[in-house]
Design a protein around this ligand. Sequence first.
Ligand SMILES: NC(=O)c1ccc[n+]([C@@H]2O[C@H](COP(=O)([O-])OP(=O)(O)OC[C@H]3O[C@@H](n4cnc5c(N)ncnc54)[C@H](O)[C@@H]3O)[C@@H](O)[C@H]2O)c1
Length: 319
Amino acid sequence: MRPNIKGSTILVTGGAGFIGSHLVDRLIADGARQVIIVDNMFVGNEMNLQDALSKGAVLYKDDIEIASTLDYLFSKYQFDIVFNCATKALNYSFVNPKNAFDTNVTGVLNLLEHQRCGHFKTLVHFSTSEVYGTAVYEPMDENHPINPTTTYAAGKAAADLAVRSYAQMFGLDCFIVRPFNNYGPRQNFKGYLAGVIPITIYKILKGQKPEIHGTGLQSRDFIYVYDTIDAIVKLYPLMKKADSVNISTDGQVSIKDLIQQISSLMGYKGEVLHKEARGADVETHNASNQKVKKLILYRLTPFEVGLRQTLDWYKENIE
Ligand SMILES: NC(=O)c1ccc[n+]([C@@H]2O[C@H](COP(=O)([O-])OP(=O)(O)OC[C@H]3O[C@@H](n4cnc5c(N)ncnc54)[C@H](O)[C@@H]3O)[C@@H](O)[C@H]2O)c1
């Protein structure tokens, strides 16, 4: 029997990051007995957990690639559920390709070994749409071929296979959620690891010119982070062992349109810089969300609404 979120002791890896910190808030709101976070603070930010820490969550600033980190946590707490959100952003794979791969693979293998030893019951593993690569057919459903184009995505794909094989070999209760591009409050806006929405907002707020890499015709399926979290907690009791599910919207936005939309919301009429295309940039990410829609009452915030709220958050939180 899969433990309920309510009343459980839960570990969230990478929980000081963007999606993980929203998940932590939701788990607390849904009545988790205790939420423990482990994050090596690579981009994690304690500010993201301000509310959660005030409500009794505990943050360990430590690394899940180091097996003894998890040995310590599993000896100290009796976890029921683990949500594995820890990763290093895609752009990092262009700087340190090996470690981008390693983080995604070693972290989950360390967790799976603890699960195999009976140290917790259920693993919810975060995959990414990046594992599909550029679409072979559209919309991309969960059976789309895995064709990663970066070591980040290759590591995520290998992690998915590890989760599935451990589930098959040892009957472990683990499943995979596969979000498409998320946006919303708390997404990292600093430096080369920042996503396109926060970096564009940041640049305009700071009086800098926003940038488009390549033609700008490459498109993404942008989902509001609160919708992703809502879907994951609703999916939690329903997912079969070893199964995976896309979490995406019904539409796509090209990067060019996105920059235009952000510029117009922010009243920016200046120049947009055109930069060289990034190597291995995926052209299109047109997802099928039929499966998630069949499983749960799926909530999707209109893009303009989510974008406006996100913008308000950055205005308040970037000095
Ligand atoms: N943001 C998106 O658009 C998106 C899309 C699809 C999938 N995902 C997946 O969702 C999950 C969360 O992504 P996010 O956007 O919140 O990323 P994020 O970078 O904001 O959060 C990841 C966290 O993991 C931490 N971390 C990195 N290496 C670690 C390690 N070795 N040990 C412990 N902590 C470590 C980082 O410090 C960071 O706080 C990831 O698995 C990611 O692949 C994200």
